[in-house]
Design a protein around this ligand. Structure first.
Ligand SMILES: *[C@@H]1O[C@H](CO)[C@@H](O)[C@H](O)[C@H]1NC(C)=O
Length: 198
């Protein structure tokens, strides 16, 4: 995996990759041709939200799993992000023209994670180097994240043939992630994409 910023780490990684390593029974093997199409994103917090995504570019479109992904991203926070850092994810799927909330099952779906810092510690054991290219660019991968700008230059990743969540069937999806601390909303990012696998 190549570089991922603060927000990508917290929201994208947690949403896709962490959810991809949960209970086996709820997974199906990614077929050889799972494609993610039309990825788009936007900030959805208040105009004065302390944490914002400034850029997030993924290519190609469609993204193939397994396959290569090129990503660049930049985000900033005007406050330090410290534990416990709530990450509340809402995932919706379009069903017959309506957006339906995918429930939280086994920590997957629309889940409220009380502490994203703990999730990061689970994914990346503290004390070892952050995965590349975070390490190369000196981007931290554990809390606390100091106030500042975090940017990931364009980087290449290989997406392995991971087990995708069982509900990730063909269709259109929206994911909203809200970052909060001490009852305050620090930032909000929403992404949309379509899934197509044969
Ligand atoms: C996240 O969810 C928890 C529990 O459902 C709630 O108490 C908290 O206010 C939410 N935080 C944000 C920032 O939305």
């Amino acid at each position: 995996m190549r570089n991922i910023t603060l927000f990508t780490a917290l929201l994208i990684v947690n949403t896709f990759f962490l959810q991809g390593i949960c209970d086996f029974e709820f997974k199906r093997r990614a077929s050889k041709s799972t494609k993610i199409l039309g990825f788009s994103w936007a900030n959805c917090g208040k105009p004065d939200a302390p944490a914002v995504m400034k850029s997030l570019d993924l290519s190609p479109d469609p993204i193939s799993i397994p396959g290569d992904l090129t990503a660049s991203a930049a985000g900033s926070t005007t406050v330090a992000l410290v534990a416990p850092l709530a990450v509340n994810v809402t995932l919706q799927k379009e069903v017959a023209g309506f957006w339906v909330k995918v429930p939280c099952v086994e920590e997957i779906g629309s889940c409220d994670y009380p502490d994203g810092c703990q999730l990061l510690d689970m994914l990346i054991p503290p004390g070892q180097d952050c995965p590349e290219p975070l390490h190369t660019y000196g981007i931290p991968c554990h809390c606390p994240f100091k106030a500042g700008v975090y940017s990931l230059p364009q980087s290449d990743f290989y997406l392995p043939d991971i087990d995708l969540p069982y509900w990730l069937t063909n269709g259109n999806y929206k994911v909203e992630g809200v970052l909060g601390s001490a009852g305050q909303e620090l930032g909000c990012l929403k992404v949309a994409f379509s899934v197509h696998s044969k």
